[in-house]
Design a protein around this ligand. Structure first.
Ligand code: NAD
Length: 278
């Protein structure tokens, strides 16, 4: 099974199911990205701050896959925000990845107090104009920050990568993104493998479909239209997560998982709040 693709507002496409490598050592990244390719993944999510762009690059180089067959994302780190420093940081990431052209470059965090994200966005627009990167987007923004990028540059991000899982389902930001033509990408889609994968509702749906809890959660992301990038460094789980493509939930399952959201109770978020994180 090949992952379905979604189409960006710039006309390019992204495989809806990808593989993330946060907290994976550089040498381990080479091994697990190769395993992810073997399992069927064609979309890899890394970042400068993960310290494993070189390992990802070695896995790409030895994969036998062509650039057209794969989709690679990396991210601009906070300390590199600003127009010129973004252009430099981009080339350094490309050298580590060993790529000619990048599929997707993201601003990693909005950094509202640093307040350099508009100039940083202008550098991403320039990199796209120069053909160095096919698509540009952001991560960890607020609706107001997204609107400001649009108002000040006229260029709408292709995608917004945010913390999103059944306990923190980001309904408002997903709807805002959809209204602007911005796809939503879920980070920590499995809730980092904690309580969510022990949840009784998820377990019940998993039993019904003869699937695992992780597969049910990934299938929920796919069903509600998210791009999703689960991480694992265990080969059997990498394969299991990819096989979530074969799990089809019905509307009752999706409603039940939607009902797990804890946002109204002021809970659910695992990571920092982009509105105040600097
Ligand atoms: P995740 O939600 O993907 O959970 C990963 C953890 O879940 C694993 O370490 C493992 O403990 C467990 N797990 C995975 N598959 C499993 C399975 N089949 N069965 C049982 N347990 C399983 O967490 P994540 O790594 O935080 O997020 C995924 C990716 O999102 C990252 O690797 C990274 O690429 C991206 N990310 C981006 C940001 C950002 O700021 N943009 C932040 C966090 C993560």
């Amino acid at each position: 099974t090949l992952s379905p693709t979604l189409t960006f507002n710039d006309g390019n496409t992204i495989p809806q199911l990808g593989y993330g490598v946060w907290q994976v050592e550089d040498d381990v990244a080479e091994k697990v990205v190769r395993q992810a390719f073997e399992a069927g993944f064609r979309h890899i999510d890394t970042a400068k701050i993960y310290g494993n762009e070189a390992g990802v690059g070695r896995a790409i180089a030895s994969s036998g896959l062509t650039p057209e067959q794969i989709f690679i994302t990396t991210k601009l780190w906070n300390a590199d925000q600003g127009y010129e420093s973004t252009l430099t940081a981009f080339e350094e990431s490309m050298d580590r990845l060993g790529l000619e052209t990048l599929d997707l470059y993201l601003i990693h965090w909005m950094q509202p107090k640093q307040d350099k994200y508009v100039d940083t966005w202008k550098a991403l627009i320039e990199l796209q104009k120069r053909g160095r990167v096919k698509s540009i987007g952001v991560s960890n923004f607020t609706a107001e920050g997204l609107q400001r990028l649009i108002d000040e540059t006229g260029v709408v991000p292709a995608i917004h990568q945010i913390e999103l899982h059944p306990y923190f389902s980001q309904r408002e930001l997903r709807e805002f993104g959809a209204s602007k033509g911005i796809l939503t990408q879920a980070w920590s889609p499995l809730g980092q493998g904690g309580e969510l994968l022990e949840d009784a509702t998820v377990a019940g749906i998993a039993a019904k479909h003869q699937a695992t809890p992780a597969q049910v959660v990934i299938a929920w992301h796919l069903a509600i239209g998210n791009v999703v990038i689960p991480k694992s460094v265990t080969e059997s789980r990498i394969r299991e997560n990819y096989a979530a493509l074969d799990v089809t939930l019905d509307s009752e399952d999706i409603d039940a998982i939607n009902g797990l959201d804890r946002t109204a109770a002021g809970e659910g978020r695992i990571g920092p709040d982009p509105a105040v994180s600097d």
